[in-house]
Structures are given as C-alpha cells and as structure tokens.
Design a protein around this ligand. Structure first.
Ligand code: FAD
Ligand code: NAP
Length: 338
C-alpha cells in the first residue's frame, strides 16, 4: 500500500518534477489510519495531497505524501437549508455544479476553483466576494500524531482572508476527511464584483435577477477567459495574497498612483496584488522555464515545466521589486514543500 520514490509531477498543477520518498493513495478512513500509523513508526513528515493546485514543490518530499481519494457526497434538505456533506477527495468544482444544477444557491461564486474538498478549509477558499466560511458548518479531521478523529466548528477553524487555523497553530497536525456546509434556502445572489456586473450588463441581463446556475456559468465564463487552464499552462492560480495595508499606507499610494486598485477591508485596505505586479512591468515576462501570465499578472506559470527553484526565484524577484517600488510586502499564497 505504501509506494516509494513516486513521481509527483502529474499530481501538482505547476507540473514541477519532484518525488515523494513514500506515497499512499487512500480511499477509506481505514487506509488513512494505516498510512498515518506507518508515518509514525518511521517518524516521517506527512503531506496530505488533494489536487496539488496550491503547492510549490521545491525538491523531493522526504516523508509520506498521502493522496486523499475519499469519496461520497450527501445533501439533506432540513427545511431551512441544505446540509451538504462531502468527503475530502471529492472534486470541489463538481460539487459546486451538483448544487447549482439542483437550484441550490451558495457555492456558485466558487465555481471552477481547482482542487478537492479537503483542501478548501485550509486557506478558506474564496472568489468573487464569497468565501468558504460563509457557508461552512463543520469538518472532521484525523489528528496525525494520535490517529484520533476530531470535529472542528467554524469558530475552531479561525477562518480569515485566505487563512485558517490549519495554516497557523495546527499547521501539519491534521488530515481533513470530511467537510459539511449549510446552504441556506433564503439565498441572496452576490454579484457586486465588477467582472460579474460587467458580464451581466454585456449580456443585457439584470445581475440581481440571476439564479445560482446562471451566476456559476458567468463565473466559469469570466475565469476561463482570463485564467490559464493548468492542464495547458501549468500554474497554481494567484501566486500572491492581496496585501492588507494600513489606511495611511493606502492613502500614500493612492496619491502617487490614482489608478491603484484597492478595496476597504475592515480597518485596513486590500490592494490588488495583480495591479501592483502589472504596474511594475512583470505581466507577460518569461525567465527560462517560468513566467508571469500575459493576461493575469498575479498568476505565475511554468510552461517549460522547470524545477520549483525557478518558480520560487521568480516569485522572490517579483516580491523584492514590488517592495522596492511600492513599499508593500507580498506573501505567496501556495505552500512551499519541503
Ligand atoms: P493541494 O494543492 O493538494 O493542497 C494545498 C494545501 O492543503 C497543502 O498544504 C496540503 O497539504 C493541504 N491539504 C490538502 N488536502 C488536505 C486535507 N484533506 N487535509 C489536510 N490538509 C490538506 N483558490 C482560491 O481560494 N480561490 C480561487 O479562486 C482559486 N482559483 C484558482 C485557480 C487556479 C487556475 C488554480 C491553479 C488555483 C486556484 N486556487 C484558488 C488555489 C487552489 O485551487 C485552492 O487553494 C484549492 O483549495 C487547493 O485544493 P487542492 O486539493 O489542489 O490542494
Ligand atoms: P479581479 O476580478 O480582476 O479583481 C482584482 C482584485 O480586486 C481581486 O483580487 C479581488 O480581491 C479584488 N476585488 C474586486 N472587486 C472587489 C470587490 N467588489 N470587493 C472587494 N474586493 C474586490 O480578480 P481576478 O484575479 O480576476 O479573480 C477573480 C476572483 O477569483 C477573485 O475573487 C480572486 O480572489 C479569485 N481567484 C483566486 C485565485 C487564487 O488562486 N487564489 C485564482 C484566480 C481567481 P479578492 O481576491 O480578495 O477577491
């Protein structure tokens, strides 16, 4: 059941060549517990892997990669909402489409996000003004050190903008096996992002009148028009988080760059990292095997299937340049391994 020296290139969307010293494909809770027992006996670090769309492999992984293939979805109408339960290995986008095709709203803005259910809580996935935490109910996870199962409520998960407890105090301690979401019957469309407004007005449709299915289709059309498909051009989506800066920093930048793209975020301001990178002249640039996508400067691409070091070098160069030009620090969104 445990393989050795397994090629991870087909299992990460940046298509980086790297190996897992040990590798287990798990289809059941029993197999997961066995794999974790193996990692404990050998004192191996564990990397739970879903679709590989938010990782950067900087070398071979010197431990056990557990590829989660747990399957199963159930939807129960409670009268007030639909309780959706999905196993970690289910594909996120397919679940979104399953709900919207049944007229159930709540997940439509999150259509076409690659990856699996089990990874969605890790960074509290979000798009077009909706985040997982808006509809999250709870999750089940296995504690890697003890093999015990534990439930996490929404408050246990400490969701923040592209962040959760699983990237903080419990980093590398749990494997998520199941996620539950509550999709309310009293659904309200979230269509305030300019790209959605623009799409519906171009199609002469009233954005506020659209159902979940139409909104999902709009999101799919917009994303397909500007984001590279990892199957064609390897990438990990947005490479940097949008930086949150103080009001004084925002106003100073806005004075220098009136066209700066930024949005209020509580007491701070969220700057569009893609705008900073584009303004600094990086859009479309290519260095050896890697580069910056020509339509979306926030996406780093790896068309030459270069090693992880080329990707991280480019990311570091961009971050340094943005700091020198704007005084703003960029933080990578995908996790670097090992
Ligand atoms: P992986 O890359 O396999 O893993 C990511 C991290 O989660 C790793 O640290 C891994 O160890 C951990 N992990 C995975 N599964 C589990 C588990 N079951 N238990 C514990 N830890 C686990 N993200 C957004 O938020 N919004 C977007 O709109 C968006 N668009 C994207 C578009 C493109 C083209 C691409 C390539 C990526 C995009 N992403 C987006 C990033 C990515 O798709 C999400 O973060 C997604 O949730 C990652 O899922 P995955 O299964 O591929 O995770
Ligand atoms: P966009 O629509 O061109 O917008 C640029 C940035 O402005 C986005 O990053 C978004 O922040 C912010 N923004 C736009 N309208 C906003 C509003 N009304 N209120 C608050 N913030 C607003 O962005 P895009 O790159 O094409 O992506 C579209 C959506 O998909 C975004 O939500 C983005 O996060 C998501 N996406 C994420 C990834 C990833 O890998 N994480 C990849 C592709 C797309 P937010 O990013 O905070 O929404």
């Amino acid at each position: 059941m445990i393989d050795t020296d397994v090629d991870l290139q087909p299992l990460n969307t940046l298509a980086i060549a790297a190996k897992a010293n040990y590798f287990a494909r798990v289809n059941s809770l029993e197999q997961l517990l066995e794999a974790l027992e193996f990692s404990r006996r050998r004192q191996l670090p564990v990397l739970p892997l879903g679709g590989g769309s938010n990782i950067v492999l900087t070398g071979d992984f010197p431990g056990l990669v557990i590829h989660l293939q747990l399957q199963g979805v159930s939807m129960v109408d409670t009268g007030e909402d639909t309780l959706v339960t999905a196993a970690a290995g289910e594909n996120w986008h397919q679940l979104v489409m399953r709900t919207v095709e049944q007229g159930i709203g709540g997940l439509e803005n999150l259509a076409l996000i690659p990856g699996c259910i089990g990874a969605a809580p890790i960074q509290n996935i979000g798009a077009y003004g909706v985040e997982l935490r808006d509809i999250f109910w709870d999750l089940t996870a296995v504690h890697i050190a003890s093999g015990e199962q534990q439930k996490f409520s929404a408050s246990d998960c400490q969701f923040e903008y592209r962040n959760s407890v699983f990237k903080g105090s419990t980093l590398d301690q749990y494997v998520i096996t199941q996620v539950r979401m509550r999709l309310p019957r009293r659904w309200v469309p979230r269509v305030d992002y300019p790209a959605l407004q623009h799409y519906f007005s171009e199609h002469r449709l009233d954005a506020a009148e659209q159902g979940p299915d139409e909104i999902a289709r709009a999101v799919i059309a917009i994303r397909s028009s500007k984001l590279p498909d990892p199957a064609e051009i390897p990438n990990a989506g947005s490479f940097f988080k949008n930086p949150l800066v103080s009001e004084s920093c925002y106003f100073a930048l806005k004075q220098r760059y009136p066209e700066l793209v930024a949005f209020p975020a509580g007491e701070r301001w969220k700057l569009a990292a893609g705008w900073l990178i584009e303004r600094a002249g990086w859009r479309g640039r290519r260095i050896n095997n890697v580069g910056v996508h020509h339509r979306q400067a926030l996406v780093l691409v790896n068309p030459g299937r270069g090693p992880g070091a080329e990707v991280t070098r480019l990311a570091a160069e961009i971050a340094t340049d943005i700091y020198q030009k704007f005084g703003v620090e960029l933080e990578p969104e995908p996790r670097y391994y090992p």
